[in-house]
Design a protein around this ligand. Structure first.
Ligand code: 2HG
Ligand code: ZN
Length: 469
């Protein structure tokens, strides 16, 4: 054990430290990624202020100790895993909503605020924070900004980056940087805020955010198109997109996903559902019935076996609870769940779904496919009940994942539409990006963190790639 634990304890007080022997220390060595390894840090520091975060980064640089920022630990790519040991800097205690301003349409928040809590608080004032990752009940807004998280409503409203106007960031070495603005428009200087969003804690630690709010749409309604199978559902999604349909949500779930949710959910998915297309619209209350009828008729024309509507808030809540359960239900059912979030151009959704089927048939690996199909963003889950620590099994699973990545790239897509790169996809980056693009990103990282002590080994692969190519 290095002396950093004692140094941090003296500076921040023992109550800020989860140190060696503490029953919670192991929690900081895991996240929601499909990696069986466990990476315990030497200690976790639960900071309560920007100054404390800056102090940790100053001391870690001074003592040459790696430090890994962490939000709620709900990330799916290993970005919060302290793979180099050292210190985990957790922002979970920085959870104050400092301000909600209906006039300026902004909120000022600390990074540890749970996304769903922010949504409830702004909605109570007639306002709306659209980004809705499925983990919204426990993920934090700082983590969402660090991964540039998406969610179903990204289809109409865009991803987290579009809602972050300003940031306060603690930098390696202890400097505190405030950048961005509070105005809805602004083009002064380079866009440092956009530059920090999505960097997965490799550039700095976000300590405060100014987020953009919208007026809450007065009404919303949900329609479920029940289809016999994924190809028909995928073709229906493509047709709706071509026709210019722009609801706020356009999601897909295949039979496998639905079957695993069924026993745990209040919402009763029909037994004949081979695939569900979940569509949600919002706007003026008197436009809802007309929009739903239009969507229902089109789904009928496009081969739906049935069209179900959820207009009452309680029904819509049940549908969304069921949708958000897909990922946890699959995780509970399988010992191995390698979940990808590839994104293909919208015109290639049907082809990508067919290729996933092919990979499953060729490798014999079960898949569940669901997610934000309207954005071309598909959660391809590779599932198995073998021993996750068995190297042969892991090799097979990741070889199948690599095939999914290659198909995605061949169709003009991208490796990650919303979860990020972290550790799990880092060694596949070269399939999508040239060495030149990767090298500029390495230089950019070193500008903020010349000692490479802040979340080292994440996001960008080292100069020599590890996966086959
Ligand atoms: C979702 O949309 C999440 O439910 C999780 O992004 C996706 O587990 C997954 O594959
Ligand atoms: Zn998702």
């Amino acid at each position: 054990m290095s002396h950093i634990v004692g140094v941090l304890e003296r500076e921040l007080g023992a109550e800020a430290i989860v140190g060696p022997g503490h029953e919670r220390l192991d929690d900081y060595g895991r996240d929601e990624s499909p990696l069986p390894e466990f990476h315990p840090p030497e200690c976790a520091v639960l900071v309560e202020s920007t100054e404390q975060a800056a102090a940790v980064l100053r001391l870690c640089l001074e003592h040459k100790v790696p430090v890994t920022p962490r939000g709620a630990g709900s990330g799916m790519c290993g970005a919060a895993l302290p793979i180099a040991g050292g210190v985990v800097l957790s922002t979970e205690r920085m959870n104050r909503i400092k301000e909600i301003d209906p006039g300026d349409l902004v909120a000022v928040v600390e990074p540890g605020v749970v996304t769903g809590t922010l949504q409830e608080q702004v909605e109570a004032q007639g306002l709306f924070y659209p980004p809705d990752p499925a983990s919204l009940e426990y993920c934090s807004i700082g983590g969402n900004a660090s991964t540039n998280a998406g969610g179903p409503r990204a289809f109409k409203y865009g991803v987290t980056r579009e809602y972050i106007l300003g940031l306060e960031v603690a930098l390696m070495g202890g400097e505190i940087l405030r950048c961005g603005r509070r105005t809805s428009k602004g083009v002064t200087g380079y866009d440092l805020v956009a530059g920090f969003v999505g960097t997965e804690g490799t550039f700095g630690v976000i300590t405060e955010l100014v987020v953009k709010l919208l007026p809450n749409p007065p009404a919303a309604a949900t329609v479920l198109g029940v289809f016999a199978d994924v190809p028909t559902a995928g073709a229906a999604i493509s047709a709706l997109l071509r026709e210019g349909l722009r609801p706020r949500v356009l999601e897909l779930a295949d039979r496998h996903s639905i079957d695993h949710v069924r026993p745990r959910s209040r919402y009763r998915f029909p037994a004949n559902a081979g695939a569900i297309v979940l569509i949600e619209v919002d706007g003026e209350p008197d436009s809802m019935a007309m929009m739903m009828e239009k969507i229902g008729l089109r789904c009928d024309d496009l081969g739906a076996l049935d069209v179900l509507a959820a207009t009452e808030p309680a029904d819509r809540r049940a549908v969304w609870e069921a949708r958000r359960l897909i990922s946890p239900a699959l995780k509970a059912a399988y010992r191995i769940k390698v979940n990808e979030d590839v994104c293909v151009p919208r015109g290639k959704i049907v082809e990508m779904l067919a290729r996933v089927d092919r990979v499953s048939a060729e490798t014999g690996i079960a898949t569940a496919v669901f997610g934000h199909a309207g954005d071309g963003n598909l959660h391809v889950n590779l599932l198995a009940n073998d021993d996750p620590a068995d190297p042969a099994v892991r090799k097979k699973m990741w070889a199948a994942a690599e095939q999914i990545f290659r198909h995605t790239i061949a169709l003009g897509g991208t490796l990650s539409g919303e979860h990020g790169i972290g550790l799990t996809k880092r060694d596949y980056m070269h399939l999508e990006q040239t060495e030149q693009v990767l090298e500029w990103q390495r230089r950019w990282k070193l500008m903020w963190d010349p000692s490479n002590l802040l979340n080292p080994g994440k996001k960008i692969p080292p100069a020599t790639p590890r996966c086959s190519e």
